[in-house]
Design a protein. Structure first.
Length: 275
């Protein structure tokens, strides 16, 4: 049995129970269910901290460099963001969707990936840069996930309003203007973090003298992802397109980001599948 596996299992069960209460509040306004769901999310956060503490004790340092730990930290950040959002009105569905993503990541992480030796350990001269690169990438990924959720809610609300279908769900969502503004703010946080992360990765490659890796599939895919987000931010600043078009662009950018992450298994620089 792996160290901390019992804590991880308890984390999954608690997270699932929390989602049920949060979903119950989304379906029909229920202050009691919201309080219980939020309380269980706090317990989930505690379990995550305990598990990371166990992993740190076993490894002798804070684990960062394999996909297993990257995804766990990503889910940890989503839980923190959702707990902050739970304090605000009309963001119940945002909290639910973020935690649905976080729960899916936690479960898939257990089923799909395994603890393994770190294939990036050979990058000794830039070890600190790699940790910074991964930390910023994780924060950027989380922020852009929030942007994608707001964009998805924008498209849903736009369709419901266009069809003139007024329901309890519609009334509990923020307005289109607010969703568009939240998407843009999340983009303004996530895109620069991701860009700085990419810049650090390039510096790491140059510092190690591995110039050929600049033509690696992962590096090229990351460049394509960044182009999508640059187009979004430039278009948004110049008000060239409607909120509907911008929401679609945000989702396209996130789709590129997911495909970029999946490209790890074909990357020389990022062969950290954890298998």
């Amino acid at each position: 049995m792996l160290p901390g596996s019992g804590v991880y299992d308890a984390l999954i069960y608690t997270y699932a129970l929390s989602l049920l209460f949060v979903f119950s509040d989304c379906i029909r306004r229920n202050a009691s269910a919201k309080r219980i769901g939020t309380g269980l999310l706090v317990v989930v956060l505690v379990f995550q901290v305990v598990f990371m503490g166990i992993r740190t004790w076993v490894e002798g340092h804070l684990p960062f460099l394999i996909t297993y730990d990257f995804l766990f930290l990503f889910a940890f950040i989503l839980v923190i963001i959702s707990l902050i959002m739970s304090r605000y009105q009309r963001l119940e569905f945002t909290v639910f969707l973020l935690n649905l993503i976080g729960f899916s990541v936690i479960v898939l992480n257990k089923l799909w990936f395994q603890l393994a030796d770190n294939p990036l350990a050979s990058w000794q001269t830039v070890h600190g840069l790699l940790i910074l690169h991964i930390a910023l990438a994780n924060l950027g990924f989380a922020a852009l996930t929030v942007a994608a959720v707001f964009s998805l809610m924008y498209l849903f609300l736009h369709r419901r309003l266009k069809a003139k279908k007024w329901t309890e769900t519609t009334r509990r969502l923020p307005s289109l203007e607010v969703l568009d503004r939240y998407t843009h703010k999340a983009m303004l946080i996530g895109a620069p973090l991701l860009a700085v992360s990419v810049l650090i990765a390039v510096i790491s490659i140059i510092a190690e003298g591995r110039w050929v890796l600049l033509l690696d599939l992962k590096v090229l895919a990351t460049a394509a992802s960044m182009c999508v987000y640059v187009i979004y931010l430039v278009s948004k600043r110049s008000n060239q397109h409607s909120g509907l078009v911008m929401a679609r662009w945000a989702l396209v950018g996130y789709a590129f980001l997911i495909m970029n992450f999946l490209a790890n298994s074909w990357s020389v620089f990022h062969q950290w599948t954890g298998e």
